[in-house]
Design a protein around this ligand. Structure first.
Ligand code: GUN
Ligand code: ZN
Length: 458
């Protein structure tokens, strides 16, 4: 049975970094039609195809866009997000590794996965690419909980066999064997994908990096995710361990861990060779702005990297990042870019959190845009979700001006609804401002509810 969602809609015909804001398509009275878990039609509401079976959900002045895609995070760090006062290496040793060790307990790993997914969905994130812990069970529980929610999700066992606590240490052989078992078990099951996941070069022996490079060669269909050039102390450490490498990126390249399906988190302090090599090979980098300010890592060069043709995604980097919200993450990306002299347009920010992240994860044909044929993962944004945002929104003279306060000041309260794979997820999420246009057959049989936003807000 087709489901018709009415509201403002926002989609993209192209990358606004390349084409300007004409790449964005906004309908102030739009419709999105969902059928069999996919988007079947998008356009102006008055032009929509009408079928007698339609179930209509009218979101009024709320904005329907693609669900957010968090392209780099560590779900095992959910419970230690916002841990005070350390830079990267001490933060890993003092907070991260002890917490990740707790996920050796499968019950705890399951509890954390559940908590993480509930938080992510309540913040409008519908696709996520996470680093699990070194334990196989943390991968299993992540995938099982994602599968139960119908999510498109990616993870991999984090591999590390050098300079980490014994409790978190694998070996070159066990990293290869465990990753292979998990990859064969999960990759391509439902909407799940496996990513080969060396944590970063200073915590892997050369043998381990080499073994994971060999595994990637056997399974080029998988993503390979890791960290790159996040903090200056880290880069010094890497250079001291790999004296024969040309640069940080070369520590991966030497071991078969550079490729088109490589996804490199942070990439703040890249040298020109690294930037050109990544762009030339078609690899992706992921910007994690709340993490970069929270851990004090530095200011990502969005303008320079986009100009060089690199594929750039956006991510929370939970729990180095200080928020589960991709809205808050867009705000931080705006602030970081401002500190580098470039004001990112709201179209560019939403594009990064949807199409940009999808492209970084090679999912651009599946999710990240409102386009017929795409999987129906959607978020509905209330553009007046708090008194502070509503009063600013009320002054707006354009759609972009109406949207920008929600990007800068919004959080989970702005998430009016979420759809995952064509199914409405609002049973688990507080909803408001909803009205079913066809009351007798309303979604879930719900009675019409009054629109929350008074007329005249826009
Ligand atoms: N580099 C290696 N591991 C991590 C991690 O867990 N978080 C961040 N932010 N950087 C890392
Ligand atoms: Zn990370």
């Amino acid at each position: 049975m087709p489901r018709v969602l009415l509201g403002q809609t926002l989609s993209f015909d192209a990358d606004p970094f390349a084409e300007g804001i004409k790449a964005a398509r906004h309908e102030s009275h739009g419709a999105v039609v969902l059928e069999n878990g996919h988007i079947s039609w998008v356009g102006p509401a008055e032009a929509r195809p009408v079928s007698p079976d339609d179930t209509v959900v009218d979101y009024g002045r709320n904005l329907i866009c693609a669900g957010f895609i968090d392209a780099h995070l560590h779900h095992p760090q959910t419970a230690m997000i916002a841990s005070w006062g350390k830079r990267l290496i001490d933060w890993l040793n003092d907070y991260t590794f002890p917490e990740e060790a707790r996920l050796a307990d499968p019950d705890y790993a399951r509890e954390i996965a559940k908590t993480y997914f509930d938080l992510a969905l309540s913040h409008g994130t519908t696709t996520m690419c996470s680093f699990a812990t070194v334990h196989r069970t943390s991968v299993d529980s992540f995938f099982e909980e994602a599968q139960a929610r119908g999510l498109r999700a990616i993870t991999g066992k984090t591999c590390m066999d050098f300079e980490v606590p014994d409790t978190l240490c694998d070996t070159a052989q066990s990293a290869y064997d465990d990753s292979k078992v998990l990859l064969e078990k999960w990759h391509g099951v439902d909407r799940l994908e496996y990513a080969i996941t060396p944590r970063f070069s200073p915590t892997s022996s050369r043998e381990q990096l080499h073994a994971l490079g060999a595994l990637w060669k056997e399974h080029p269909e998988c993503l390979m995710q890791t960290h790159l050039s996040e903090q200056l102390e880290e880069i010094t450490w890497v250079k001291s361990l790999f004296r024969d490498a040309r640069d940080y990126l070369d520590t991966y390249e030497m071991h078969g861990l550079l490729g088109e399906r490589g996804v490199y988190g942070h990439a703040i302090h890249l040298e020109p060779r690294e930037r050109d090599r990544l762009a030339g090979i078609g690899a992706s980098v992921v910007h994690c702005p709340t993490s970069n300010t929270f851990i004090g890592s530095g200011l990502f060069d969005m303008a320079g990297l986009k100009d060089s043709g690199l594929s750039v995604g956006l991510a929370t980097d939970t729990g180095g990042g200080s928020s589960f919200s991709m809205l808050r993450t867009m705000a931080a990306a705006y602030e970081v870019a401002q500190l580098r002299g470039r004001a990112l347009h709201p179209a560019e920010l939403i594009w990064l959190a949807t199409c940009g992240s999808a492209r970084a994860l090679h999912l651009q044909d599946k999710v990240g845009n409102l386009v017929p044929g795409m999987e129906a993962d959607l978020v509905v944004l209330d553009l007046a979700s708090t008194p502070a945002i509503a009063q600013r929104n009320a002054q707006a003279e354009s759609f972009w001006e109406a949207l920008f306060p929600t990007i800068m000041m919004g959080d989970d309260r702005a998430i009016a609804d979420v759809w995952v794979n064509g199914r409405r997820y609002n049973q688990k999420i507080k909803t408001k401002t909803l009205r079913c246009a066809c009351a007798p057959r309303g979604v879930g049989g719900s009675a019409p509810a009054p629109l929350g936003a008074p007329p005249g807000y826009f």
